[in-house]
Ligand binder design. Structure first.
Ligand SMILES: Nc1ncnc2c1ncn2[C@@H]1O[C@H](COP(=O)(O)OP(=O)(O)OP(=O)(O)O)[C@@H](O)[C@H]1O
Ligand SMILES: [Mg+2]
Length: 252
């Protein structure tokens, strides 16, 4: 059984079918790429998967259970986490605290101990610091843990957003153009880190990326969206050599 299965998924905004008859099946543990020209509907697919938008038609199943129609917080608890095309961090909070906000799912302590600031509280707070730092280390951000997130360099902010998403311990991680705005070296390093986290945390990753070369280097399977609908799916080799893809990107 696939980890994620979308069937005939669609959403319409007024007269515009932003996503139309979208089908995808993603096996557990895979690194799957979603590509397509500007406005093709890639981010809208993420908004559908995470419950930000309710599909007009079609179904989404995670591990065989229907999740379409659920609220974003319910979907997050079921194991889907994401990053945003436009970075959304708590820029006035420290780097460490940004990751800790995602750990609150995992480590709970009673309101009373929170209030009393007792031993239990400080022990759990220390445990959270340690866990959050582990995620920061993966992205070489631990040395900046006390900086405000808004003061990080742009590429580091992108990495912090991934670290925070990972800290919710998702089964499926959705990355929306994680390398946008990075230079070629930062991009190459980030792609290596993405491969590494897939293995280290045994997660499945769905990656939106503009640069076809980049996705084909790390993804096992790709779907190309065009005008909201699936144009071609296949291995990078199959997709990149498909004349329909070349036409969609470069025009006739
Ligand atoms: N809430 C909304 N209301 C109306 N139209 C929307 C809404 N969200 C997305 N759209 C439209 O849906 C289409 C797909 O947008 P989407 O952001 O998913 O594209 P994309 O593939 O992510 O593009 P890009 O590569 O530029 O990020 C666009 O025409 C967009 O204007
Ligand atoms: Mg987008």
């Amino acid at each position: 059984m696939a980890l994620l299965e979308c069937k005939s998924l669609g959403i319409q905004f007024g007269g515009l079918k932003a996503v139309d008859n979208f089908n995808v099946s993603i096996e557990e543990g895979s690194l799957y790429g979603l590509i397509g020209p500007n406005g093709a509907g890639k981010t809208t697919v993420f908004n559908l998967l995470t419950g930000v938008y309710k599909p007009t038609v079609g179904s989404i199943k995670l591990n065989g259970s229907t999740i379409s129609g659920l609220k974003p917080v319910q979907i997050s608890k079921l194991g889907i986490a994401r990053t945003f095309q436009n970075i959304r961090l708590f820029s006035n909070m420290t780097v460490l605290d940004n990751v800790k906000t995602a750990l609150h799912n995992e480590i709970r302590y009673s309101l009373l101990s929170d209030f009393l600031h007792d031993f239990n509280y400080s022990k759990k707070e220390a445990l959270m610091d340690e866990k959050a730092e582990d995620f920061l280390k993966v992205f070489e951000l631990d040395e900046f843990k006390n900086l405000k997130a808004g003061n990080l360099a742009y590429g580091q902010q992108r990495k912090l957003e991934i670290a925070r998403a990972l800290a919710t311990r998702p089964k499926l991680l959705l990355l929306d153009e994680p390398a946008a705005g990075m230079n070629p070296q930062e991009t190459a390093e980030l792609m290596d880190t993405i491969k590494l986290i897939r293995e280290k945390y045994k997660i499945t990753i769905l990656l939106i990326e503009h640069d076809m070369k980049l996705v084909s280097g790390i993804c096992e399977y790709l779907t190309v969206l065009n005008f909201g609908t699936e144009l071609v799916s296949g291995t990078p080799g199959e997709v990149l050599n498909d004349h329909r893809v070349i036409t969609a990107y470069l025009g006739e």
